[in-house]
Every structure is written in C-alpha cells, then in structure tokens.
Design a protein around this ligand. Structure first.
Ligand code: ZN
Ligand code: ZN
Length: 95
C-alpha cells in the first residue's frame, strides 16, 4: 500500500516523565498528554475503556469503573504499549 502525500502520521514519544504526541511530518508540532487526553488518545491505539462491553469512551463512568480508573488505565496502556508507535493522524495536526 503506498502512502498518499496527504497522509500524516503521529507518534507517541516520551521525555521520560511525560508522554506526547508528535507530528511525524513536522516534529515541532506536538502536544503533551495529560489526564484530559489519555483516554481519547489511547482509544486510537486500541485501548478499551471497559472490557465488559460498556459503551463508554472513558469520559463517563460505567457500572464497573469510574473515570479516574479509565484515566489511569489509559495512561498505563500508553506507557506500556504505545511509546514509539505511529498511527495515521486522526486530525490532530491539520494545517
Ligand atoms: Zn470493565
Ligand atoms: Zn463497564
């Protein structure tokens, strides 16, 4: 599959303390992840908020988990599985 010139990828990077999303086409463009963004970013990398089949995206409690647990789970998922991994830009770095 060849990459269209319009395809921008993004990569999870770490400076040791923080996680960030970096635009691969222009590494001066990045944002640092925090508890407001872990869940939404992790979902693009395949993280599931609740494995019991709940519909939540991690921003609201389900009957099994509170949002704080989702944030911690998503942060751990990103640290454990995603540093150095790239995905197509979901629209975070549109010019
Ligand atoms: Zn669950
Ligand atoms: Zn649930």
């Amino acid at each position: 599959m060849d990459m269209s010139e319009n395809t921008t990828t993004v990569t999870v990077k770490s400076d040791g303390d923080r996680l960030m999303i970096v635009c691969d086409r222009d590494e001066s463009k990045f944002f640092v992840l925090d508890y407001d963004s872990y869940c939404s970013v992790a979902r693009y990398y395949g993280w599931q908020p609740c494995k019991h089949g709940c519909e939540t995206d991690g921003s609201v409690n389900c009957s099994h988990h509170k949002t704080h647990e989702f944030e911690l789970s998503a942060e751990k998922f990103l640290w454990d599985n995603c540093v150095g991994e790239s995905i197509d830009d979901p629209g975070w770095f549109i010019d």
